[in-house]
Ligand binder design. Structure first.
Ligand SMILES: [Zn+2]
Length: 79
């Protein structure tokens, strides 16, 4: 597990759709990577805000935009 893999799997992780082996890999990575921990915490909060303000769960479009933003953030360390 590295930071890029984590971001790719993040949505399924937050949706609790990952198999337990992959979840464990992510949790092990989160325990030692502050950057990813921050991303996960921020993403969780963002999802909560979306859920509180809209009756429907995240739309596909929102999920894709969120995902793209995270990938860009990781791809550009000085963003
Ligand atoms: Zn990381």
């Amino acid at each position: 597990m590295n930071c890029k893999t984590l971001v790719v799997e993040l949505e399924d992780y937050l949706d609790e759709e990952l198999d337990s082996e992959l979840r464990t890999s992510i949790e092990v990575h989160l325990a030692k990577c502050k950057n990813c921990k921050l991303i996960v915490d921020t993403t969780k909060k963002t999802i909560q805000i979306f859920c509180n303000s809209e009756p429907a769960p995240l739309s596909e479009d929102t999920r894709h935009r969120l995902h793209d933003a995270l990938v860009k953030k990781l791809g550009r360390p000085r963003a």
